[in-house]
Ligand binder design. Sequence first.
Ligand SMILES: Nc1ncnc2c1ncn2[C@@H]1O[C@H](COP(=O)(O)OP(=O)(O)OP(=O)(O)O)[C@@H](O)[C@H]1O
Length: 245
Amino acid sequence: MIRVNNLSFGYYKNKKILKDINFHVKEGEIFGFLGPNGSGKSTTQKLLMGVLSGNQGDILINYEDIKNKTRLFYEDIGVLFEIPYLYNTLSAVDNLKYFSSFYKKSNIRDIEELLDCVELKTEYRKKQVKHYSKGMKQRTSVARSLINNPRILFLDEPISGLDPAGAILIKNIIKKEKEKGTTIFLTTHNMFVADELCDRVAFISDGYVETIDTPRNLKSTYGDSGESTLEDVFVKLTGRRLSDG
Ligand SMILES: Nc1ncnc2c1ncn2[C@@H]1O[C@H](COP(=O)(O)OP(=O)(O)OP(=O)(O)O)[C@@H](O)[C@H]1O
């Protein structure tokens, strides 16, 4: 569904952030892209979306080389960027109406139903987004990513900015999407989120994919005890920590 071969990229000449990234996301799986802050997760997602260009190597999404992408390319894709891409002077409802206009009508989900799904408070739905808390913006952004009923979903740090109840809600939405057969590419530095949600994870460090496997295999192969976490495995394999703390 998604194939990345020998991907390399730098924002500046002679300073590559991504050096040689290779992975393959299977149809219907949740694939976690794990790395510490600044390791290039968001950069990778932006390259996969064609928001950034100038990379070397090949990116195929839905069996199509993104170099040849047309407007139709985005029809089946939902994206949650790390920073909410919403119009601050529009309400959640009007943002979703606006973004709906880019997609085929037959794919569009009901806006109120979607806002019920992300549990955005009813009294805020028609208020300007600039009055929303970080968590409310995140909920609206998640709704935005699902508006076109995508077959492939790109989620950059989907749980960030949410309180524990919000985090559970969004994790359940992600699980439901998987049940529907949606393919999900999820970037995070949160090992618990990855462990709970992902079928397979890739560890990214210093511009390379260190390893790719199921969380269970990684913990049983590299963990020292039954209580080993993905964080322990990540440190063991890369010598770096996933989280700042
Ligand atoms: N627009 C930009 N111009 C120059 N450098 C950038 C730009 N965006 C990101 N970088 C740098 O590229 C590196 C990778 O950043 P990126 O945001 O992709 O990492 P990340 O793994 O997603 O980190 P985080 O978890 O903090 O979001 C960092 O060193 C960052 O400072």
